[in-house]
Design a protein around this ligand. Structure first.
Ligand code: NZQ
Ligand code: ZN
Length: 380
């Protein structure tokens, strides 16, 4: 196990009716900006619950943070923050609203000349950010209790991430009932996103970290158990609650302590969303199996361990096949052809972009732009 620091400053408020608790968490003496997306919170009652909890607060609203939140929209919100002397941000929604709000929090206090630098330096240029509280309505990304944010720029078809200790949410409400209104597709996406988050921190090489391995395997086993249940019955509270908590723990700096990581599936996936538009989780389900197949020799020991412990199979290949079968059983496609994306073209575009940026991924730094192109060609 390598050295690590561990800190998670987000207070989790989990369960039915917990939105009411924000009355005592959101500061009363300063102007607050509540941010949200395209309107789902108005249809499922979450908006009314938040407004009721904050009836004695000074709250402005910013509506319209889109799926794959854009720099362009978030910069409009930064103007609202400045005009209204907002001092606290409350994000109410899924990963996109929360990520957008983290960027707004950072950009509002950024003192340089070009806020896009927050993305190009992956947060390195940040000295501070406004505080952000969260009411989560979509279990998937883990953003409710991590410091990451992924922002897209329309004008250049880029999708980049940043992270900073300053953008860790102060609290996050996770009420599984607020997620009952999610369409099947978003639930399926959430299961796959959480599953792949675990994999990016686990599927590397053995690193003498048996606890981290078993924590990761537990989350995978729980997703395999409750994922199909929550899809089969969209209002089964217990199944949804376990899924929701699994998605949070999958990406909150717990299972990655002191272990090697490989975020290549996410990095390649972000490019597919930026160029072609499939949902975040949809890109992961395509890329993951290409990465594993391409890196079979490097990842063989962990693939075998995962196969034996999670699926009860013997070989690395059987572990890959069992996982793809699981994704397909959730109704998640695993090939580029499903999205009518030409694999050779995608490979060339992503190759060019990673070459230009000098991007190399993988736990051993061997997923070069050429390897990425080969991975994508395998997913035709
Ligand atoms: O915009 P509204 O109207 O709210 O509708 C949303 C949106 O259309 C809807 N929705 C959310 N909660 C709902 C609901 N509909 C009905 N009932 C509810 N309770 O769902 C749609 C998708 O929402 P979105 O927030 O885009 O989904 P998700 O949570 O999957 O977030 C995806 C974004 O997160 C980034 C992705 O790249 C993508 O931009 N990620 C962020 C990460 C992080 N910060 O740590 C890690 C992830 O790997 C990921 O990259
Ligand atoms: Zn993800």
């Amino acid at each position: 196990m390598q050295n690590f620091t561990y800190k998670n400053p987000t207070e989790i408020l989990f369960g039915k009716g917990m939105i009411a608790e924000i009355a005592t968490r959101v500061p009363k003496d300063v102007p607050v900006l509540m941010t949200y997306g395209g309107g789902s919170i108005k249809r499922n009652g979450v908006y009314n619950q938040v407004k009721a909890a904050l009836q004695h607060h000074n709250v402005c609203e910013f509506e319209g943070i889109e799926v794959n939140p854009t720099y362009e929209t978030c910069m409009k919100a930064v103007e609202v923050v400045k005009q209204n002397e907002i001092k606290y941000l409350l994000a109410v929604g899924g990963g996109s609203v929360i990520d957008g709000t983290k960027f707004i929090a950072a950009a509002a206090e950024y003192s340089g000349s070009d806020p896009w630098e927050i993305l190009t330096t992956m947060g390195g240029c940040l000295k501070s950010a406004m505080p952000v509280g969260v009411v989560l309505t979509l279990p998937a990304t883990g953003t409710e209790s991590n410091s990451n944010s992924v922002i897209s720029r329309k004008s250049t078809s880029e999708k980049l991430h940043f992270f900073s200790p300053h953008t860790h949410p102060t609290f996050a409400v996770l009420d599984p009932e607020t997620t009952f209104s999610l369409p099947v597709k978003q639930v399926r996406n959430g299961i796959v996103d959480a599953f792949v988050h675990v994999m990016e921190q686990y599927m590397t090489y053995p690193a003498d970290a048996p606890l981290q391995d078993r924590l990761a395997e537990s989350i995978l086993q729980t997703l395999i158990e409750v994922g199909p249940k929550t899809l089969a019955n969209l209002t089964d509270y217990q199944a949804r609650a376990s899924f929701m908590w699994s998605a949070t723990l999958a990406l909150n700096n717990l299972i990655n302590c002191g272990v090697p990581q490989d975020w290549s599936t996410h990095m390649i996936g972000h490019e597919l969303t930026a160029f072609y538009g499939p949902d975040h989780a949809e890109t992961l389900a395509v890329v993951l199996f290409g990465v594993w197949q391409h890196q079979l020799a490097q990842k063989e020991a962990k693939l075998r361990q995962y196969g034996e412990r999670v699926w009860g199979v013997k070989t690395a290949q059987e572990a890959i096949d069992a996982t793809e079968k699981f994704f397909l059983s959730l109704g998640m496609p695993t090939r580029l052809s499903h999205y009518k994306i030409d694999a050779a073209e995608a490979a060339a575009r992503v190759h060019a972009r990673f070459t230009e940026r000098g991007s190399v991924f993988g736990e051993r730094g061997d997923i070069t732009p050429s390897a990425t192109a080969a991975i994508l060609r395998m997913r035709a």
